[in-house]
Design a protein around this ligand. Structure first.
Ligand code: NDP
Ligand code: MG
Length: 393
């Protein structure tokens, strides 16, 4: 029986993974080691009971008793707090899904790699904030990372056994998010509610807003560079409103291999779960005749400054990824709390990047978790300072 753990089980990716496990036999097929969640204790306990997990962990110490009560009589252990999540990541599981949102996903993911485990990575923030550290930890410990982000799963599947040197470019697609067709001058007034609806994908609120601001694609460009070791000038972004082609690899001979599929994350999660096998998945099949046409356009960096910032970050390297990610998380918190406008998010991130470049160690890639988290904190402070200075404009 294969054993699995899911970190971020109660989120959008976690729910899709839960669905895949339950539809393929649940606890009769899988030995579920650990499930983690945040505030949604009722759902975490329900999932742990459904999959007969060994342990359920909430990120919040103040919810420890609630979780224990929700699991009473089940025989399932419970624990609480970020350190308890890292300890659960130490428990042996054949396959672990990293689906916590934000930099909080980095410590447990690293711990899985340190014990030489297989990490299915939805948490792109880990690679943006600490690409060198994450990839280095994986290779030192003979651990494996399988991409779960749909574009990266698509690249992974399109590259196959090809030699990286034969790749001329890699194109990741973007739907364009909620404001693809909005007049530019209206963007500053966009509300949280408007930014929280995605044309094609059902996802957590944070990544949905990141899709509208294109910070999600900005993170994904960096994720592509870090994971596949593809140089920045070979990474392209293409606006593709239908979200059917997820990525395309173009070879030196002029041919391209693209990966197509319905916008349903259960494909990428299921592919990683069963890799290297392919199995039938409960995912809608594509009907191209019904779709009729697929459309494409070039991305507009005036509308989405986040794309330019990703290029700058890749050029600088060092701690720039950690700063971009931390500042972006803070700017998103500030937007969600009504402290800054939608278009201010990229301004706050750009400010943090400029603000921290002068630090002598900025050009050095963080070599350990403490250094990554230190940059993350400083980036958040810098972005928050920008927001405080610009409030009420
Ligand atoms: P959600 O917001 O839906 O879920 C996030 C999960 O993380 C929940 O289980 C939540 O718990 C938990 N969580 C929140 N904060 C913390 C914290 N500080 N410490 C520990 N756990 C926490 O996110 P998504 O599922 O949308 O995204 C998860 C990751 O996958 C992100 O990195 C995202 O970029 C990536 N991804 C998502 C895609 C999607 O389709 N959703 C597609 C590609 C990548 P609770 O809800 O109980 O509070
Ligand atoms: Mg994606």
């Amino acid at each position: 029986m294969r054993s699995v753990s899911i970190f971020g089980a109660t989120g959008s990716i976690g729910e899709s993974a839960f669905d895949l496990l339950m539809q393929s036999g649940g606890p009769e097929t899988w030995r579920v080691v650990a499930l983690s969640g945040g505030r949604n204790i009722a759902r975490l306990a329900e999932m742990a009971r459904g999959l007969r997990a060994e342990i359920a962990v909430t990120a919040y110490p103040e919810l420890a008793e609630d979780l224990e009560a929700a699991l009473a009589g089940s025989g399932i252990s419970s624990a609480a707090g970020p350190q308890a999540i890292v300890e659960a990541a130490e428990m042996d599981a054949d396959w672990t899904l990293s689906a916590i949102v934000g930099a909080a996903g980095l410590p447990p993911g690293l711990r899985v790699l340190e014990r030489g485990g297989t990490l299915a990575l939805a948490n792109k923030e880990s690679l943006v904030a600490a690409g060198r550290l994450v990839m280095g930890t994986a290779s030192r410990n003979n651990a494996r990372i399988l991409p779960v982000d749909s574009e990266h799963s698509a690249i992974f599947q399109s590259i196959g056994s090809d030699n990286l040197e034969n790749i001329e470019s890699v194109t990741i697609t973007a739907s364009g998010g909620a404001f693809r067709d909005w007049p530019l001058e209206k963007l500053a007034e966009a509300t949280v509610e408007q930014a929280s609806t995605h044309p094609n994908w059902a996802m957590g609120q944070r990544i949905t807003i990141d899709s509208a601001s294109m910070f999600n694609k900005s993170l994904e460009i960096i994720e592509t560079q870090e994971f596949f070791r593809i140089s920045p000038e070979k990474i392209r972004v293409l606006i593709h409103p239908e979200s059917i082609i997820h990525a395309m690899v173009t070879h030196c001979d002029g041919g391209s291999i693209a990966h197509l599929g319905a916008p349903d994350m259960r494909h990428a999660i299921g592919y990683a779960l069963h890799w290297p096998e392919r199995v039938e998945l409960p995912v809608p099949k594509l009907d191209l005749a019904a779709l009729g046409s697929l459309t494409f356009r070039a991305p507009d960096e005036t509308r989405w400054p986040a794309l330019r910032l990703a290029r700058e970050v890749m050029q600088v390297g060092g701690a720039a990824g950690a700063v971009l990610n931390g500042a972006k998380e803070q700017a998103l918190d500030d937007f969600l709390a009504g402290r800054i406008r939608f278009t201010d998010m990229s301004a706050a991130v750009e400010f943090a990047l400029d603000d921290l470049t002068s630090d002598r160690s900025f050009s050095t890639s963080p070599a350990d978790l403490a250094t990554v988290l230190d940059w993350d904190q400083r980036a958040r402070q810098s972005a928050a300072a920008w927001a405080a200075g610009n409030r009420g404009r």
